[in-house]
Design a protein around this ligand. Structure first.
Ligand SMILES: Cc1cc2nc3c(=O)[nH]c(=O)nc-3n(C[C@H](O)[C@H](O)[C@H](O)COP(=O)(O)OP(=O)(O)OC[C@H]3O[C@@H](n4cnc5c(N)ncnc54)[C@H](O)[C@@H]3O)c2cc1C
Length: 410
């Protein structure tokens, strides 16, 4: 069977689903290719309730991501009682109680919240519900195994023989992107030799909406993110050796490690039921280009960054917004996969992506060093940034997302 459309989106992660929705809502005919293994309707039709278990996979979404999800009518479709606003952030260096402390708060930034902690399942339920009702959008299941391109079209052939002919292929197929390989887009790859260990805990004391982060030098980086109620979500970017030790520990042993963190004010911690730790290998992936003839990459297919700043998914949502803008601004005599339109998309994303790659990679390297002068300098640097409103403002504006400009007092 042959299907013709404007855009074929490959990949059914949150970024693929949001891309397909956004492009269809912009009036384009879209086909979303999901692997055959994905269930026909995506996640279960029943919305999440307060009693469902807490997903270990959570994202800190910024203002720009929220505003895109708002415009797609996805934000309000999420279960609001399962979303936690981040009211403040406290980042500690590895010379605690001295100068290595950096803090931000929503009040100082004059925003309602710095970010929101959203579970992967909550986000995907809402996206799946929106996909079911979207017009101009068709979901096709199968594995893409051939990409052919001419000057004015692209054609995707699936393993079941189905053919999708389109003007533009959007590669949203994650870190190991098939689309990126087929389009001959090169990449730089570096393993951090770390695993992100994620798990959820109930705490004795309230977190007060504070996202806390500890840079522990050789033991990696720990983040405890607020969840609704007295719950927190752990993301521990641990060196491979420590991560495998932790994988063999009991929930109480992991809780003990967290309770021993300097300045930790949550009291006793207990791992939530059905929330045993999961781990994810951490790496830096830089695609040499976000575009090729009739191809645009978005999300992790385009860039994978260290999760220390919680920005990978946010970068993906910003990609979608820029692609929408580039297509909306195209000359009406051209189509949505025209080289000038794609060039505009790539230029719009270049600086933001590069800055985030440099910042996350630089911070990871800086705080992994065990050299005493480097340790001293990095902690002093944090204390200094904390005291310079201009620098703090720049950091915060970037973290909240490109659409927001911030005025801070502190
Ligand atoms: C521990 C951890 C914590 C993080 N925390 C944050 C955070 O707080 N905030 C934030 O913004 N980001 C965060 N991130 C980053 C975020 O998880 C990723 O950037 C995001 O999930 C990428 O989404 P994606 O849809 O691009 O890719 P993926 O989620 O990898 O989805 C790709 C999809 O493509 C499908 N696929 C692959 N190949 C094919 C094919 N050939 N045909 C069809 N489909 C295909 C796959 O099945 C998959 O569903 C974190 C990452 C980690 C590891």
């Amino acid at each position: 069977m042959k299907i013709s459309c404007d855009i074929c989106v490959i990949g059914n992660g949150a970024i693929g689903k949001a891309s397909a929705l956004a492009l269809a809502q912009a009036g384009l005919e879209v086909v979303l290719v999901a692997p055959s293994s994905a269930s026909a309707s995506g996640s279960a039709a029943k919305p999440l309730s307060d009693t469902d278990h807490w997903d270990q996979r959570v994202y800190a979404l910024n203002h720009a991501a929220r505003s895109l999800l708002d415009s797609l009518k996805v934000w309000d479709a999420m279960q609001a009682t399962r979303i936690a606003p981040v009211d403040a952030m406290a980042v500690q260096g590895d010379v605690p109680h001295q100068f290595g402390l950096l803090s931000f708060d929503a009040y100082g930034a004059r925003v309602g919240a710095l970010a929101w902690i959203v579970e992967d399942s909550n986000l995907n339920h809402a996206l799946d519900a929106a996909l079911r009702f979207a017009s101009g959008l068709k979901i096709v299941h199968g594995a893409a195994n051939r990409l052919d391109r001419t000057n004015d079209a692209a054609q995707i052939t699936l393993d079941n023989g189905e053919v999708i002919s389109c003007r533009l292929v959007v590669g949203a197929d994650g870190a190991h992107s098939w689309v990126r390989t087929q389009a001959d887009i090169g990449l730089d790859y570096r393993s951090y030799h770390q695993q992100a260990v994620v798990a959820n805990f109930e705490s004795e004391n309230a977190h007060h909406g504070i996202a806390s982060q500890w840079f522990l030098g050789a033991d990696g980086i720990v983040a405890l993110l607020p969840l609704p109620g007295n719950r927190v979500s752990l993301v521990w970017s641990a060196p491979d050796g420590l991560a495998s030790t932790m994988a063999n520990e009991t929930p109480d042993q992991l809780a003990q490690r967290l309770m021993a963190l300097p300045g930790q004010a949550l009291g006793q911690l207990h791992m939530l039921p059905l929330a045993s730790p999961k781990s994810f290998p951490l790496r830096l992936i830089r695609s040499h280009s976000l575009i090729a003839d009739r191809v645009a990459l978005v999300g992790d297919a385009a860039h994978v960054v260290h999760p220390l700043a919680g920005q990978g998914m946010n970068l993906g949502f910003a990609d979608i917004q820029s692609l929408l803008d580039a297509i909306a601004k195209r000359d009406q005599s051209t189509d949505c996969g025209d080289a000038r339109t794609l060039g505009r998309y790539a230029r719009a994303r270049k600086e933001d992506v590069l800055l985030m790659q440099i910042a996350t990679d630089g911070l990871q390297r800086l705080f992994a060093s065990e050299l005493p002068p480097v340790k001293l300098l990095r902690n002093a640097g944090m204390g200094l940034v904390n005291k310079i409103p201009f620098l703090k403002r720049r950091l915060m504006t970037h973290a909240l997302g490109p659409s927001l400009s911030i005025h801070t007092d502190s």
